[in-house]
Design a protein around this ligand. Sequence first.
Ligand code: HEC
Length: 266
Amino acid sequence: MSDNETRIEVYLDDGTEPYAILNPPERFELDAARLEDGQHLLRIVAIDSSGRRGVRTVPFEVRNGPGIAVDGLRDHDVVEGKINVLVNAYGGAYEEKWEPARAETPAPVPTWAWVVFIVVVAWALYYGIDLWRPPPQFADTPTYRSRAVTTPAARPAAHGAELYRTSCASCHQANGQGVPRLFPPLAGNPVVTARDPADHIRIVLFGAKGNTINGVTYQAQMPAWADQLSDEEAAAVINHERTSWGNNAPVVTATDVAKVRARGNR
Ligand code: HEC
């Protein structure tokens, strides 16, 4: 049994007499209460049957007296002038009663805790403001209007411009000038600038082809949009055309569009 042939000697600090002699593996009791507070060294020497020695040292610290807290000075700090240092002592190992309040060192709240606190509060404020929706009875007051108009339904002009860009500009062009002989201009167009919007609405809903506009006959066809655009959307894009590129015709409502839609293409 090779285990029995190895012996362990345990030494404390500079001691020459072994603190314990052991047959590994074996536990022993280190009585820290009999040691002075501070740094110590445990030296473990293992000797095998042939007399070879292995050594391992374990530095450790004994604290039987009260614990000490220091605020204002840390290990290896570089300091100058007068510095304010706060010390506290609490709970020795042999005190009868442990009083937690005494372990609370009245040090100031560290800077990082304030930073975290401010960041969390700022984020909460941002989040709250971002999700805040004004109650309907206040939605149209000067305080809230700028936010309210960012919802699509509340900004027909912008909505109409967007619809024009995606549905109409490929033919009639972004500047409303159309393409000669292919797609008629809408800027200054008699149908678009007419006070009576009926033809404008009808052509957008039901399409058109083969008309002669300002002396030009167009070969291409104006598609019907009745199935693509709701009354609100049609009104928005029609009003965009009636009020852009120098056009200044009276605008229409979704109700106007609904009437033309109900009447059909005539
Ligand atoms: C595929 C190309 C094309 C697209 C897309 C298109 N149009 Fe047209 N549009 C035409 C053509 C071609 C005409 C002329 C038809 C004709 O001969 O009467 C026309 C005519 C019109 C007219 C009548 C002009 C007049 O003087 O008679 C209006 C108003 C009009 N378009 C509005 C729109 C709107 C609004 C959209 C988008 C929702 C749109 N168009 C999308 C090709 C297009």
